[in-house]
Design a protein around this ligand. Structure first.
Ligand SMILES: Cc1cc2nc3c(=O)[nH]c(=O)nc-3n(C[C@H](O)[C@H](O)[C@H](O)COP(=O)(O)OP(=O)(O)OC[C@H]3O[C@@H](n4cnc5c(N)ncnc54)[C@H](O)[C@@H]3O)c2cc1C
Length: 376
C-alpha cells in the first residue's frame, strides 16, 4: 500500500468540491481532489444552473445571496463555455393569492437590498409574450443568473490546479475518517483536513449524515431563439420544493445561450434508479405547457435525471463532523448547490482558517443534524 500526504483532501469533484478546492488552494494549502468519476459528473452535470436568491429562511437567503455576489465577482474571469448570463428570474403568479406572495417576496428582498420588481398581468405578457393569457403577474428578480454547471466546475478545478492542487479521477474512496482516505485501488491518502463533498453519496462515507436522494428530471429542447428571455418559475414551485412526502412537478423553464430551453422540474424521494420515469416526465411537461402552450410542439433533444442531496431542514451541511477532528462536510445542497457552491467554500475555509466570515456558519453546521456519530 502507498500513501501521500496533503493539507486538505477533498472527496468529490462536483461544483461544491471544485469550489472548495479552489478556495483552499488560494489560501496556500496543499490540496488533493479525488473523484470516482469525472469532474462535475454527478448532480452538477444534471443541474439547471440557475443562480437564484431564495427566501425560505434567513439562513438560506444569506447563503444564496452571498454566493450570487461571489458569482457576480467571478464573472469577468469565467470562460465563454460557462455561459454565465444574468437573465433574471420571474416568479409567476396565477391568481390573487399568488400575487400576495409576490408582494411579500418583493418586500423581503427589498429590505435586504435585492432588486425586485412587481409585474402586473400586462407587463408580464410584454416581457414574456409566450406565457399563456390570464396570468396575474409576477416578480422579476434581475440579478438572478444562469450558467452551465459542468463547465463551471471544470473552471474551478483548473484554477485550483494552477494553484498547485492535485486531481485524481476515476478512483473511488471506500473509507474516510481520522485524517485518512482509502481508495478502491488500496492507495491511502493522508490529510490534516478531509472534506466529504460527495453530494447525495455523502452518507456512504460518513455514517449518520442525514441526507436523502431527491430525484429530478430535466428536458432540453432544440434551438428556439427569442422564445424565452428569463428563467420563469411558478410560485407553486415553493410548495413543490417544500413538500417532504409526495412526488411533485413544477413549471420552471430556463433560456440557454444557444436558444435552447431547459424545462424542469420534478422532485421524488425513494427513487434510486437513474431511469427516466415516464409518469413524472409527462406530468412535468404537462405543467410546463399549462403556463407556456407554445412549448407543446417543440422538439426535445435530450431528457435526463439527477439526484439532489436533501437534508431534513433544507439547509446544507457545512463544517466539522462531530467526533472526528479531521473530517468536514460540504454537502446537502438539494436544489441550490450550483448557486451556493462558492459561498459554501468561503464559509468552510474561513471557519477552518479562523478568518472573519462574511456570514455566520452556525445554521449550516453538521452538528445540528448528526443522527449518530461514527466515533461516539
Ligand atoms: C434536476 C436538478 C436540477 C437542479 N437545478 C439546480 C439549479 O438550477 N440551481 C442550483 O443551484 N442547483 C441545482 N440543482 C442542485 C445542484 O445540481 C446540486 O446541489 C449540486 O450539483 C451539488 O454539487 P456537489 O458537488 O455537492 O455534488 P455532485 O455534483 O453530485 O458531486 C459529487 C461527486 O462526488 C463523487 N463521488 C461520490 N462518491 C464518491 C466516492 N465514494 N469516491 C469518490 N468520488 C465520489 C461523484 O462522482 C460526484 O462527482 C439541481 C439538481 C438537480 C438534480
Amino acid at each position: 500500500m502507498s500513501t501521500a500526504a496533503y493539507d486538505v483532501v477533498i472527496v468529490g469533484a462536483g461544483i461544491v468540491g471544485a469550489a472548495c478546492a479552489e478556495e483552499f488552494a488560494r489560501r496556500g494549502m496543499r490540496v488533493a481532489v479525488i473523484d470516482g468519476d469525472v469532474v462535475g459528473g454527478g448532480a452538477t452535470a444534471a443541474g439547471m444552473g440557475h443562480i437564484v436568491v431564495m427566501d425560505d429562511s434567513e439562513a438560506q437567503f444569506a447563503l444564496t445571496r452571498y454566493s450570487q455576489q461571489l458569482w457576480q465577482a467571478l464573472r469577468p474571469d469565467l470562460p465563454n463555455d460557462v455561459e454565465y448570463e444574468q437573465s433574471g428570474t420571474i416568479w409567476v403568479a396565477t391568481d390573487d393569492e399568488e400575487m400576495a406572495e409576490v408582494l411579500r417576496k418583493r418586500e423581503f428582498y427589498s429590505q435586504r437590498g435585492v432588486p425586485a420588481n412587481v409585474l402586473d398581468s400586462q407587463e408580464l405578457r410584454r416581457v414574456e409574450p409566450n406565457l399563456r393569457d390570464g396570468l396575474a403577474g409576477g416578480l422579476l428578480v434581475e440579478e438572478d443568473a444562469v450558467l452551465y454547471p459542468p463547465c463551471a466546475a471544470r473552471f474551478l478545478i483548473e484554477r485550483a490546479q494552477k494553484l498547485g492542487a492535485e486531481l485524481r479521477l476515476g478512483v473511488s474512496v471506500t473509507r474516510m475518517g481520522e485524517g485518512r482516505i482509502r481508495l478502491s485501488d488500496s492507495f491511502e491518502i493522508v490529510g490534516r483536513i478531509i472534506v466529504n463533498a460527495t453530494g447525495a453519496w455523502a452518507p456512504k462515507l460518513t455514517a449518520g449524515a442525514e441526507i436523502k436522494k431527491r430525484k429530478g428530471h430535466l428536458v432540453i429542447t432544440d434551438r428556439y431563439p427569442g422564445f424565452l428571455r428569463h428563467q420563469l418559475v411558478e410560485l407553486g414551485y415553493l410548495k413543490s420544493a417544500h413538500s417532504v412526502g409526495s412526488d411533485s412537478v413544477a413549471f420552471n423553464v430556463q433560456p440557454r445561450r444557444t436558444g435552447q430551453i431547459l424545462i424542469g422540474s420534478s422532485r421524488q424521494y425513494g427513487a434510486e434508479h437513474k431511469d427516466v420515469d415516464q409518469r413524472m416526465l409527462a406530468g412535468m411537461l404537462r405543467r410546463a405547457q399549462e403556463y407556456m402552450p407554445g412549448l407543446g410542439p417543440m422538439s426535445a433533444v435530450r431528457t435526463w435525471t439527477g439526484f439532489r442531496a436533501a437534508t431534513p431542514d433544507k439547509l446544507p451541511l457545512i463544517g466539522p463532523w462531530p467526533g472526528d477532528n479531521s473530517l468536514f462536510l460540504a454537502t446537502g445542497h438539494e436544489g441550490l448547490g450550483i448557486t451556493t457552491s462558492l459561498a459554501t467554500a468561503r464559509v468552510l475555509v474561513d471557519h477552518i482558517t479562523g478568518a472573519k466570515p462574511e456570514i455566520p456558519i452556525e445554521p449550516y453546521l453538521p452538528s445540528r443534524a448528526a443522527k449518530e456519530f461514527a466515533h461516539a
